[in-house]
Ligand binder design. Structure first.
Ligand code: FAD
Length: 498
């Protein structure tokens, strides 16, 4: 950052270690509240999300969608008769795609720095290490060292990709073992990409590379990919992946590296794709092996051992205001646990800033939306069907469920080039509510363009909406969002279009 100040303050009211979504939002909010704030981070501001996570992955996914659509039209005898579009000579320059992505990231880095500076915060490009709960040793990116005293410390150091010890990140005989960070900076599309881990990051990137032309195999130890969601919700996605040629080797584990690729053990659990998983040990020939088996809290490098905070497993333990076990030391975001999502980190950042400023506040969200930006997209807010059944049974009531199929939605039809029948058409919006008073406890959707419905889903649950509130709200036509009203009406037994 060229506009970062070089002066390192000797003291500050609020020292924020890490300028990711948690840290920079805490910095802006605390500055707005009149506090003297210093944000320290050696990397361009925005953290994992902005630099190597949310934003670059969605840029790559968009480019892959555009490429796949253009290719499909060109292959389709030189045109897409339904849409009246003809395209020939489709090509891909992944290096140029990455330059476009990097430009978006740089603009956002500068945007975050500008927001912090305008709010009055000081940005120090460097690394902070706590020597006690009130003092940090700073090493700047240009090699200077300084000691900084702080009234309050906010730990917002995020998370890093988990490395498998027997499959370390780095160059190999066949190519390389990479994390999501390198996958978002490849200059050429790998011919054969093996993805280890069928969570949302692996599937988003795996599907994007499949659309860009890679032969993709996903290796997943569980019985299903995205196993945190119910099978009905993920089924349209698994069908879509298979239709794209992505091989899903579930019930399989990465065992080690071979000269030409990845050695896996199959049959370690259930298999979704049995035909492909009938032997016990095999080698998957690969040019790149992308390991996306989760992320771990970044608990090293900032002096945890010197201050000895209470931990919650591998995460820093906090209360509802983000306070740790040490007075005036706070923590937010991925370093504090699941769900490791940018919007959770941001909200925690606001809460901690307000708590430090002495305002009555707490992180008291009923629901944190989660989105899988695949094709089709998956959105989940609140409880899923199994959780809802268990939790409501304990309260002496049952779940009432309403579903609306997106195939019946007029706007959805106008968004797809085909005549229906693709796996994406199997999508739906689902509302789960208490049978006794119709309070909505969970909303999920799978389908093309459903990610944007997360706002309505989250608002409904946060506002304590009942089925009648949603069903009786006039939803604009034609929109994909009509599915929410239709699903709620279905739960009340009065669906009109379902
Ligand atoms: P981070 O963003 O990890 O930021 C931590 C910062 O702390 C870093 O900038 C680091 O340099 C700094 N730091 C670490 N140690 C020190 C130190 N000692 N001194 C100073 N600074 C330090 N989330 C979503 O909500 N939606 C998505 O679509 C999404 N997609 C993702 C896709 C991918 C490929 C990945 C990897 C993640 C994705 N995430 C997504 C998750 C999201 O990126 C994280 O949840 C979010 O970035 C966490 O924010 P944070 O502020 O807690 O930490």
């Amino acid at each position: 950052m060229t506009d970062r100040p070089t002066a390192i303050p000797a003291s500050t009211q609020v020292l924020i270690i890490g300028g990711g979504p948690g840290g920079y939002v805490a910095g802006i909010r605390a500055s707005q509240l009149g506090l003297d704030v210093t944000v320290v981070d050696p990397e361009p501001l925005g953290g994992t999300c902005l630099n190597v996570g949310c934003i670059p992955s969605k840029a790559l996914i968009h480019a892959a969608d555009e490429f796949a659509a253009a290719t499909a039209r060109a292959v389709d005898a030189g045109g897409s008769p339904q849409l009246g579009i003809s395209v020939t000579g489709v090509g891909l320059d992944l290096a140029a795609t990455m330059t476009w992505k990097d430009d978006i990231v740089s603009r956002l880095n500068a945007g975050v720095a500008g927001l912090l500076t305008r709010a009055g915060a000081t940005i120090v490009p460097g690394r902070a290490r706590l020597s006690d709960g009130k003092t940090a040793e700073i090493v700047t990116v240009d090699g200077r060292t300084a000691t900084m005293a702080a009234d309050h410390v906010v730990i917002a150091t995020g998370s890093v990709p988990i490395e498998l010890p027997h499959i370390p990140f780095g160059p190999t005989e066949f190519g390389a073992v990479i994390s999501s960070t390198e996958a978002l900076a490849l200059q050429e599309v790998p011919r054969r990409l093996v993805v280890v881990g069928g969570g949302y990051i692996g599937l988003e990137l795996g599907q994007a590379y499949a659309k860009l032309g890679s032969r993709v195999t996903v290796v997943e130890a569980e019985e299903r990919v995205l196993s945190i969601y119910d099978k009905r919700l993920t089924m349209p996605l698994t069908r879509s992946l298979k239709a794209l040629g992505v091989e899903l080797l579930t019930g399989s584990k990465a065992a080690g590296l071979a000269p030409d690729g990845l050695v896996i053990d199959t049959g370690v659990g259930g298999q979704e794709d049995r035909a492909a998983s009938d032997s016990r040990r095999r080698t998957l020939v690969a040019d790149q092996v992308l390991v996306t088996v989760g992320r771990r809290a970044r608990t090293d490098g900032w002096g945890l051992a010197n201050i000895g905070l209470r931990m919650n497993g591998r995460f820093v333990a906090i209360d509802a205001r983000g306070h740790t076990s040490m007075k005036d030391v706070w923590a937010i975001g991925d370093v504090t646990g699941e769900p490791m999502l940018a919007h959770r980190a941001m909200k925690q950042g606001e809460v901690v800033a307000e708590a430090i400023a002495g305002l009555p506040t707490a992180f008291d969200q009923r629901a944190i939306p989660a989105i899988v930006f695949t094709d089709p997209e998956i959105v989940s807010v609140g409880l899923g069907p199994d959780q809802a059944a268990a939790e409501l049974a304990a309260l002496g009531t049952a779940v009432v469920e309403g579903r609306f199929n997106v195939a019946a939605n007029g706007r959805s039809m106008t968004l797809r080039p085909d005549q229906g029948g693709s796996p994406v058409d199997a999508g739906f919006v689902r509302v789960l509510a208490r049978a006794d008073n119709h309070l909505v406890v969970g909303i999920q959707a799978v389908g093309r363009g459903v990610a944007e419905l997360a706002a309505a889903f989250g608002l409904a649950i946060e506002m304590g909406a009942r089925l009648e509130d949603i069903a009786d709200t006039v939803h604009a036509h034609p929109t994909v969002g009509e599915g929410l009203a239709e699903a709620s009406a279905a739960a009340l037994g009065r669906a009109v279009h379902g």
